[in-house]
Every structure is written in structure tokens, then in C-alpha cells.
Design a protein around this ligand. Structure first.
Ligand code: HEC
Ligand code: HEC
Length: 246
């Protein structure tokens, strides 16, 4: 069924290299979802934000013991993914995991784990409304290029590239969704279809599944690079995390 839905779209697909206009993710949400995303009292993702804020100051070597109040994280998420001092590209989850293992001396929380999603949501929320501002030059340039290549390369049995849906067909409907410009600004997000909070990489796996491609592991170099590329397209647009999605 999925295959047929995508095939109907095929004749309309145009491989356009650049978007004529990249619109904020929220512009593509239904009015109800948009209102709910804006309202913490009706946004189930806020349970994760609250949990993350509690985790922030828990334990002897808490995040707060080094960073102070979580308000110090204002603007941080808007700069991620970013290249760390050792040359690795880290997204916000990866940065938090490093603090967990290197600074707290604890085993990592693990991808999609409750505490990692909660801390990521709580930190990201501190940048809500601030313009995305990832660095794309210097050591980031190589990763940006890798991400751009991933974004524009056809993949899967349906032989579709990210760009074909998210630039060429943004605004059109596919399987009950309105295709957005595929930005990462609202992630991690609470997805109703999942009935839980999830990471951007989990969302990317859903897109790969949709084109019948081989799914990459969460945190894979390809996903990190494309996350940076998505953020570069979103530079200047507001951080929306935690998002709310259908
Ligand atoms: C022992 C001190 C220490 C603890 C505990 C710690 N961090 Fe860090 N954190 C750092 C340092 C130092 C940096 C700067 C990068 C580096 O040198 O590793 C950093 C960087 C960060 C950054 C990126 C900031 C930026 O401006 O780019 C985030 C986000 C972060 N930490 C989150 C956390 C979270 C969440 C926790 C708790 C799970 C935590 N940290 C626990 C010391 C700590
Ligand atoms: C067959 C069309 C199609 C392809 C190809 C595709 N996606 Fe998607 N993608 C969707 C649909 C539909 C959604 C859900 C609606 C939306 O948010 O755009 C989505 C959602 C997303 C989102 C979440 C946007 C948000 O704000 O919630 C991101 C990010 C994304 N895709 C990135 C990618 C990347 C990167 C690729 C290439 C690996 C890709 N997509 C390939 C159709 C596609």
C-alpha cells in the first residue's frame, strides 16, 4: 500500500537541487497540531521536558553540578550538530552522551532511551524560538558535504532521494501527511503515531522505510551528516523542539 501511494506521486516528482523556499516545520502542521505544539499544557512532549529537568540536577555528579541551572543551556541546541574538539560530529544527543560517559563516568543512556530523550528535550526546549545557527565552515564543511550528498542521492526500491520529497514536493500530501521541508527543528518530537517521544534519527529511519531503503543505525555517520545538512537549510529558522507530530 505504501509503495502504491508513493508511486502515484512519482510522475510529479522533479529533482530540484535547491528549494525555492524552505518554510518552518510548523507551517506544514495542521492548525490543531500547531496550536497544541505551542501549548505546553496540551503537549504530551512536556512530560519528557519535565523529566529531563528533574534528571538535570539528580545525583552527586549531576549535570547541574558542572553546568549550573538548566537555563545555562539557552541557545545551545541551536548550534548543534557541531564538531567537537576531537573532530567528531556530535548532535545534541551525542553531546549529552559524552558528558554522561566522560564527565559523569556513567554508562551511556543509549539511543531512544527515556532519560536521553528527556534530557535532550529539556535542553532543546531552552532554545525554543531561537534561530538555528549551525556552523557549516571549517571542520564542519566536510560533514556538510557528506550530508548534502546523502540528501540528494536516490535510494531504496522506490529510488527516491530526500530532496525529491522535501524540496520537490513539499506542501503535497502523501499517505495523509503534508510533506514538509524535512527540517530537524522540531526534534526530538512527540509523534502520535508512535505514542511517544522519538529522536530525529528514528524519524529518518521511517523516511528510509518509506522508500524501501536499508535502514541505518541510530547515530550513524550518515544520519549525523544529514542532520547537519538539514540544520544548515534551517539556519535562521526557529527551533521548535519539542515538536508534536502525527
Ligand atoms: C564534570 C562536569 C560535567 C558534567 C557532570 C556534565 N557536563 Fe556537560 N559539559 C562539560 C564540559 C567541560 C563541556 C564542554 C565540552 C567538553 O569539554 O567536553 C560540556 C558540554 C556540554 C554541552 C554542550 C554545550 C555547548 O555549549 O556546546 C551540553 C549540551 C552538555 N554538556 C550537557 C550535559 C548534560 C545533559 C549533563 C548531565 C547528563 C552534563 N552535561 C554533565 C562538563 C560536564
Ligand atoms: C517519499 C517521500 C519522502 C522521502 C523520499 C523522504 N521523506 Fe522525509 N518525510 C516524508 C513525510 C511524508 C514526512 C512526514 C511529514 C513531514 O514532516 O514532512 C517526512 C518527515 C521528515 C522529517 C521530519 C520533519 C518534521 O518537521 O517533523 C525529516 C527531518 C525528514 N523527513 C527528512 C528526510 C530525509 C533526510 C530523507 C532522505 C533520507 C527523507 N526525509 C526522505 C516523506 C519523505
Amino acid at each position: 500500500m505504501r509503495v502504491r501511494a508513493a508511486l502515484v506521486l512519482l510522475p510529479a516528482l522533479v529533482l530540484s537541487a535547491a528549494a525555492s523556499e524552505v518554510r518552518p516545520a510548523r507551517d506544514h502542521l495542521s492548525p490543531e497540531l500547531r496550536a497544541q505544539q505551542d501549548d505546553p499544557t496540551r503537549h504530551p512532549g512536556w512530560l519528557w521536558v519535565d523529566e529531563g529537568e528533574a534528571l538535570w540536577s539528580r545525583g552527586e555528579r549531576s549535570c547541574a553540578s558542572c553546568h549550573g541551572a538548566i537555563e545555562s543551556m539557552r541557545g545551545v541546541a541551536a548550534r548543534y550538530p557541531a564538531v567537537a574538539a576531537d573532530g567528531a560530529l556530535l548532535n545534541l544527543e551525542g553531546r549529552i552522551e559524552r558528558c554522561r560517559t566522560e564527565h559523569q563516568g556513567e554508562p551511556g543512556f543509549g539511543h531512544e532511551s527515556e532519560p536521553l530523550l528527556a534530557l535532550t528535550a529539556a535542553v532543546a526546549q531552552r532554545s525554543r524560538g531561537m534561530p538555528v545557527a549551525v556552523a557549516v565552515d571549517g571542520p564542519a564543511a566536510r560533514f556538510l558535504e557528506e550530508g548534502r550528498r546523502f540528501y540528494t542521492t536516490r535510494q531504496g526500491q522506490l529510488n527516491l532521494a530526500c530532496v525529491q520529497c522535501h524540496d520537490g514536493n513539499a506542501g503535497r500530501r502523501l499517505r495523509g501527511d503534508v510533506i514538509s521541508n524535512g527540517l530537524g527543528t522540531g526534534w526530538p518530537a512527540y509523534r502520535l503515531d508512535w505514542n511517544t517521544m522519538g529522536s530525529l534519527h528514528r524519524r529518518l529511519r521511517a523516511c528510509q522505510l518509506g522508500v524501501r531503503a536499508e535502514l541505518l543505525p541510530l547515530g550513524s555517520p550518515e544520519y549525523l551528516a544529514v542532520e547537519l545538512y538539514l540544520a544548515s537549510r534551517a539556519n535562521g529558522l526557529p527551533v521548535e523542539a519539542p515538536g508534536l507530530r502525527r
